[in-house]
Design a protein around this ligand. Structure first.
Ligand SMILES: [Zn+2]
Length: 393
C-alpha cells in the first residue's frame, strides 16, 4: 500500500493529523457520547438549533391590541381572578388595550365579574357570558336559554362563549347518555338571541386533529397528550373531528344573522384550505388565532395568504389567564408569551419557538414570522374585534 492511500484510509477511520505526524485511530482518545440516541428518553431530548437566525425582540406590540381570547375569571364568578389593578400594569407594558374575558359565567357570578372589571375599568375589560349546560335536559330549556342570553346582555355581557363542552363532554341523561351535538336544535334560540342582541358568539368546538388519533409513536402531539390525557378524543363514542366541524358548519349556515368567532383558527389550523373554504361559504364566520401560532407559524406561506385574504375576519387572541397578584415569575412568563405572538405577527424572523418552555408545548417544530403589513396588523390586533364588540376604533 502506498503512503498516500494508507493516509487516506486512516483518516477515514478517524485518525488525526497531529503536528504533521500521523496518529493512528487506536492512539486517539475519542470522547464517547454521554447519551445514546437509542435509549435517550424523548422528554430529555433538548436539541439546540445551530442556526444563526435573526432574533428580533418585540417587547411591545406595534399597535394597541384587543386580546379577544382570555380567561380573567372562570367557574361562574367563583374564581373571580386577579384584581384589575394587578393586571393593568403588564397590559400597558405590552400595549394591550383590552382583554376579552370569555368565561364570565352567568347570573350573579356574571354580574359580579362585570362590576369588578368592565365597570371599574371601562374599555379595558370585556366580559362574555356562557350557556347553562346543566339545564339542557330540562323542559323549556331552549326558550329559557335564549331569554337568559338577553338578560345577560342587559347585565353587561358583550358576547357568548361556547367551550368544547358542546360536542365532546356534554351528554344526555345526567351525563350518562349520548353526547349532545353541536347543531342540536335546542340551542337555536340561543344563537338567535345573540343575533338579536348584536353580540358575537366565541365558539370553541372540536380540537386539534391529532387529539382524535391514537396516542402512539406517530402522533405529532404525543408529548402534549401525555401531559394531558383527557385531551385525547380517540375511540369511545367520540365523533371525528370532521363530524364536529360539519355540525358547526350547519349552525353557521342556519343562523346567518349571528356573528361567530370560531376560536383557535376554527380548530382547523392544520388545514388552512378548509378554513378558507368555510370563511368563503359562511360570511358570519371569523376566527381568532389563540394558541395556534404553533400551527400557523409552521406554514408561514399558507398563513400569509390566509391573513391577506381574510384580514377583516381574523382576530388576535392568546387564551391566556392573568397571573395571580404578586406572582412575578408567572407574570414574566405571560409577558414573554405575548412577545412571541408579537414577534410572529410583526417580524420575518425564522425558526423560533412558539412557546416559552424548553420543549415546544404542542409539538416539536419551530415557527416563522409573518411580517404582516401595518394595515393588516392593525385590523388583526384590534380593529376587527372592536367592530364585532362595538367598541370605538
Ligand atoms: Zn380559551
Amino acid at each position: 500500500m502506498t503512503d498516500p492511500v494508507r493516509r487516506q484510509l486512516l483518516l477515514g477511520a478517524g485518525a488525526l493529523a497531529l503536528g504533521g505526524r500521523l496518529a493512528r485511530a487506536a492512539d486517539v482518545k475519542i470522547e464517547q457520547p454521554r447519551v445514546s440516541a437509542g435509549t435517550l428518553p424523548l422528554a430529555d431530548f433538548r436539541p439546540k438549533s445551530m442556526l444563526h437566525a435573526k432574533e428580533t425582540a418585540v417587547p411591545r406590540a406595534r399597535f394597541p391590541v384587543i386580546d379577544f381570547h382570555t380567561h380573567v375569571t372562570s367557574g361562574n364568578g367563583r374564581k373571580l381572578g386577579t384584581p384589575p389593578e394587578n393586571i393593568l400594569p403588564w397590559m400597558d407594558r405590552k400595549n394591550l388595550r383590552a382583554l376579552v374575558n370569555l368565561t364570565g359565567g352567568t347570573g350573579a357570578g356574571l354580574a359580579e365579574t362585570v362590576k369588578r372589571y368592565d365597570l371599574s375599568r371601562p374599555g379595558r375589560f370585556v366580559t362574555f357570558t356562557e350557556p347553562s349546560w346543566d339545564r339542557v335536559a330540562e323542559p323549556g330549556y331552549a326558550k329559557w336559554q335564549g331569554d337568559e342570553i338577553a338578560r345577560a346582555v342587559q347585565q353587561g355581557a358583550r358576547g357568548l362563549k361556547i367551550l368544547k363542552t358542546l360536542g365532546l363532554y356534554l351528554r344526555e341523561q345526567g351525563q350518562s347518555g349520548p353526547l349532545v351535538k353541536v347543531d342540536d336544535p335546542r340551542f337555536d334560540p340561543m344563537w338567535e338571541a345573540c343575533a338579536a342582541a348584536k353580540v358575537p358568539v366565541a365558539m370553541h368546538v372540536s380540537d386539534p386533529e391529532a387529539f382524535f388519533l391514537p396516542v402512539d409513536a406517530s402522533n405529532e402531539r404525543l408529548e402534549e397528550l401525555g401531559g394531558h390525557p383527557t385531551w385525547s378524543f380517540h375511540g369511545k363514542d367520540f365523533p371525528s373531528n370532521r363530524e364536529i366541524m360539519e355540525a358547526r358548519n350547519r349552525v353557521l349556515a342556519r343562523h346567518p344573522r349571528t356573528t361567530f368567532v370560531t376560536l383557535h383558527v376554527g380548530n382547523g389550523a392544520e388545514n388552512l384550505a378548509f378554513v378558507g373554504e368555510c370563511l368563503d361559504r359562511y360570511k358570519n364566520m371569523h376566527v381568532d388565532i389563540a394558541a395556534r401560532i404553533g400551527e400557523l407559524g409552521r406554514q408561514p406561506r399558507a398563513s400569509g395568504v390566509l391573513f391577506d385574504k381574510y384580514q377583516d375576519r381574523i382576530l388576535f387572541g392568546t387564551d391566556s389567564s392573568p397571573p395571580a397578584a404578586g406572582d412575578l415569575a408567572t407574570e414574566r412568563a405571560v409577558e414573554r408569551s405575548y412577545e412571541i405572538y408579537f414577534r410572529f405577527l410583526e417580524t420575518r424572523d425564522e425558526y423560533f419557538s412558539y412557546s416559552t418552555g424548553p420543549v415546544p408545548s404542542q409539538g416539536r417544530w419551530m415557527i416563522y414570522g409573518l411580517g404582516l403589513a401595518d394595515s393588516v396588523l392593525q385590523k388583526v390586533y384590534a380593529d376587527n374585534a372592536a367592530r364585532l364588540l362595538r367598541m370605538p376604533l
